[in-house]
Design a protein around this ligand. Structure first.
Ligand SMILES: Cc1cc2nc3c(=O)[nH]c(=O)nc-3n(C[C@H](O)[C@H](O)[C@H](O)COP(=O)(O)OP(=O)(O)OC[C@H]3O[C@@H](n4cnc5c(N)ncnc54)[C@H](O)[C@@H]3O)c2cc1C
Length: 373
């Protein structure tokens, strides 16, 4: 079988990897360099964690996601992951952590509830102001995203049946016929075309642009005093909702940066422009950091990064067959990277074996336990 993949982020590359492992032919087209620094997948790190609110389907998939990453580490000859454990904090009427704890107990992966009074001793780097309940889980950690994408692109470049085309924007895709046209006017055809174009998907497939809405998200990298850096060097990862802004904190594992971001979708912006971020973008987040992080007044903003991802109304992934010879692959809404290797392997399997497309879409949406009927 021959597949064309549009997009060289984690989803396109993982699908190419899955197909190449089984001996299929792949041509992958990327509009920028490969990897492209503007892609969603290109940041120092992305989190993987079991707690998932009510979305039990995704919580259940986390073990499969870890297994897929392990397979990838085997092929790449290197592991790009650091374990941190997961600390979930909640208050101010928010109940995401409680809902996560309930869902995880139901699937037999319970979180441990911590006494709020014990937090300052166990995590001296945190001020527990506004925290009403706290939960801990040993699992969870940091995937070194841009290192993964870079190593995977290099690995694919060495595969005899894979051809990578960086700096080759695709102007149009005919998913009925399995054909694409490049910006320079060249036509390529295959048995299947997979569009994994991230936040640009609406440019290529305008009908999908209404379901998959680009969202500009700003993250902050901090420069920490040496003592604070040492205190955070082994984690934890924090998922927090005790103020007006829900916050996540990525600890500086293995010498990477410490990053803070929020999960409030902007649902606005153009992924090719609007890449500069300003202090105005981050004011509410800084406010929240001030009351959550001990010694925060000595932290300095190192850099801001404006990233884009697509958001769906219910935050479920869209991996769907479109027409006779096409698929759209958009597992995102700000939580897709952790499933990148798994989404690629499973889509490759469905493409190669003709498994039921509807079952695959429901699995990717977190509604079925397996991608096969
Ligand atoms: C700030 C932020 C924080 C996040 N945190 C997490 C997290 O903690 N955990 C987690 O699991 N996920 C997280 N995510 C989400 C995760 O990063 C994304 O779900 C994932 O990277 C999406 O990968 P992708 O391959 O679909 O898209 P991308 O990585 O954006 O790749 C799409 C590629 O397609 C290319 N392309 C587009 N159009 C064309 C065209 N016409 N022709 C050729 N090439 C084209 C683009 O240039 C791009 O390289 C976060 C995302 C952001 C932005």
């Amino acid at each position: 079988m021959k597949a064309i993949i549009v997009g060289g982020g984690i989803m396109g590359l993982s699908t190419a990897w899955g197909l190449a492992r089984d001996g299929h032919e792949v041509e992958l087209f990327e509009q920028g360099p490969l990897p492209n620094p503007l892609a969603s997948s290109m940041d120092e790190h992305r989190l993987i964690r079991h707690p998932y609110g009510d979305q039990m389907g995704y919580a259940r998939l986390i073990d499969d996601a870890y297994a897929a990453w392990d397979l990838l580490w085997g092929d790449l000859g290197q592991r790009f992951y650091a374990a941190t454990g997961t600390l979930a904090l909640t208050g101010n009427g928010a109940d995401w952590a409680e809902r996560s704890a309930r869902a995880l107990a139901t699937i037999g992966r319970p979180m441990i509830e911590l006494r709020v009074a014990d937090l300052p001793t166990r995590f001296p780097q945190i001020e527990a102001k506004g925290v009403e309940r706290a939960f801990w889980m040993d699992s969870g950690g940091v995937l070194f995203a841009q290192d993964i994408v870079t190593a995977l692109a290099q690995h694919l470049a060495r595969q005899p049946r894979v051809r990578l085309h960086p700096h080759t924007p695709i102007r149009s895709a005919d998913l009925e016929q399995g054909r694409i046209v490049t910006g320079a006017g060249a036509t390529h055809a295959a048995d299947v075309v997979v569009v994994a174009a991230g936040a640009w998907v609406g440019h290529l497939l305008p009908d999908l642009g209404r379901r998959l809405v680009p969202s500009r998200q700003v993250v902050i990298y901090f420069d920490l005093p040496a003592a604070a850096r040492a205190a955070w060097a082994n984690g934890p990862m924090i998922i927090e909702k005790t103020g007006d802004v829900g916050l996540y904190l990525v600890p500086p594992m293995e010498g990477r940066g410490l990053k803070v971001g929020d999960h409030e979708f902007s649902r606005a912006g153009d992924p090719t422009a609007e890449r500069a971020a300003s202090e105005d973008d981050i004011r509410p987040l800084l406010e929240r950091c001030r009351s959550l992080l001990r010694g925060f007044e000595r932290w300095r903003t190192d850099r801001l990064k404006a990233c884009f991802y697509t958001v769906t109304a219910d935050e479920r992934f869209v991996v769907e067959k479109q027409a006779a010879h096409g698929w759209v692959m958009s597992p995102c809404s700000g939580h897709g990277f952790k499933f990148g290797a798994l989404m690629g392997l499973e889509l490759a399997r469905t493409l190669a074996t003709g498994r039921d497309a509807g079952a695959h879409a429901r699995w990717a949406a977190g509604l079925e336990a397996t991608a096969a009927t």
